[in-house]
Design a protein around this ligand. Structure first.
Ligand SMILES: Cc1cc2nc3c(=O)[nH]c(=O)nc-3n(C[C@H](O)[C@H](O)[C@H](O)COP(=O)(O)OP(=O)(O)OC[C@H]3O[C@@H](n4cnc5c(N)ncnc54)[C@H](O)[C@@H]3O)c2cc1C
Length: 294
């Protein structure tokens, strides 16, 4: 039977108070939207002595366009990303991933920070953020630091945050991707309402008829969401065409280690990932000529 064990509950009224609490408490879990944490506490995966509920901290809930990047507060909900015209126009991969995330009851509670800190291999915010080369900002009483998203995930449910650190902001530098065509897709057992069997995001820049840069990121087919570096390396310098995209997509197998679980067997995941990457690369290439994502 699912049951919550006893814990001390804290609800700080400011970021500073939250950081002081985390520093003092030691064995504390941060609660944002609670869509992962409460379940993990009920199943006994986590049995924290204290819970620090940061859900009410409005200062961590914003979307700011700096002209070069979007600065997104960690407590911004997935539904707020869906509803944001700025997110839709400046970071279309992130917007599309948000629209394919669960259903609106969950999207209204789930936060972008919680999705990253939970570090599920299936985290849907991860592939777009890996393609954008996003950076996350962490804060503690000792100060702030910036972590490239590629260095943030250390393993399933493990991120490069200290015990008394909070993820406070996600910085998405969209400007550098303006000349790219990009595409996103998620495969689940049903359309929407489901955790990914595989999701992928791709972006391509073509110069003088050759692929000048390619970015490919996937979730659910390795212990952490990953960039498919072998695919990217193969593509650069080649003339874009369907045969090249097909050959490149086969290299997905060098970059991932899919598992069999309740949602899909490993062989299926790998096959779907390769087909998805081939399709998305072709779509990204077409969009590069039509002037971006649609
Ligand atoms: C029915 C259902 C459907 C779902 N569908 C999807 C889906 O389609 N795609 C998907 O990716 N996920 C899905 N999820 C998982 C979940 O909703 C997301 O991972 C969500 O974004 C987690 O955010 P949260 O604010 O609820 O995090 P919480 O549950 O509050 O926290 C998650 C973890 O991150 C830590 N944490 C949270 N915020 C911070 C912070 N700012 N700094 C440091 N640590 C922090 C917590 O301590 C906890 O360990 C689903 C869950 C459910 C229950």
């Amino acid at each position: 039977m699912y049951r919550l064990t006893e814990y001390d509950y804290y609800k700080p009224r400011s970021l500073e108070e939250a950081l002081k609490l985390l520093d003092k408490l030691g064995d504390a879990r941060v609660l944002a939207g609670g869509t992962d944490l409460i379940l993990d506490m009920k199943t006994g995966r986590y049995k924290p002595r204290s819970v620090v509920d940061i859900g009410g901290l409005k200062e961590l809930r914003y979307i700011i366009d700096t002209g070069e990047a979007l600065r997104i507060g960690a407590l911004t909900t997935i539904q707020e990303l869906v509803d944001s015209p700025i997110v839709r126009s400046k970071t279309p991969l992130l917007w599309e991933a948000a629209t394919r995330f669960a259903y609106w009851q969950i999207r209204n509670m789930a936060t972008i920070g919680g999705n990253l800190c939970n570090a599920s291999p299936a985290a849907d915010m991860a592939p777009p953020l890996l393609v954008y080369d996003a950076v996350v900002k962490a804060a503690s009483l000792s100060g702030e630091r910036y972590i490239p998203i590629g260095d943030f995930f250390l393993g399933p449910r493990l991120v490069s945050l200290g015990r008394s650190e909070l993820l406070v902001e996600v910085i998405v530098p969209y400007k550098s991707l303006e000349k790219y065509g990009s595409a996103y897709a998620k495969i689940g057992r049903r359309r929407g309402h489901d955790i990914s069997v595989v999701a992928a995001a791709t972006a391509i820049r073509v110069e003088d008829g050759l692929i000048a840069d390619a970015r490919v990121a996937l979730n659910s087919i390795a212990p952490i969401p990953v960039r498919a570096r072998s695919v990217e390396k193969y593509l650069v310098g080649r003339r874009p065409c369907i045969e090249v995209f097909r050959e490149a997509s086969k290299l997905v197998s060098s970059d991932v280690s899919p598992i069999t679980d309740v949602r899909a067997p490993a062989e299926y995941r790998l096959h779907v990932a390769m087909v998805l990457v081939e399709d998305l690369l072709l779509e990204s290439y077409k969009r590069a000529f039509r002037g971006g994502q649609e």
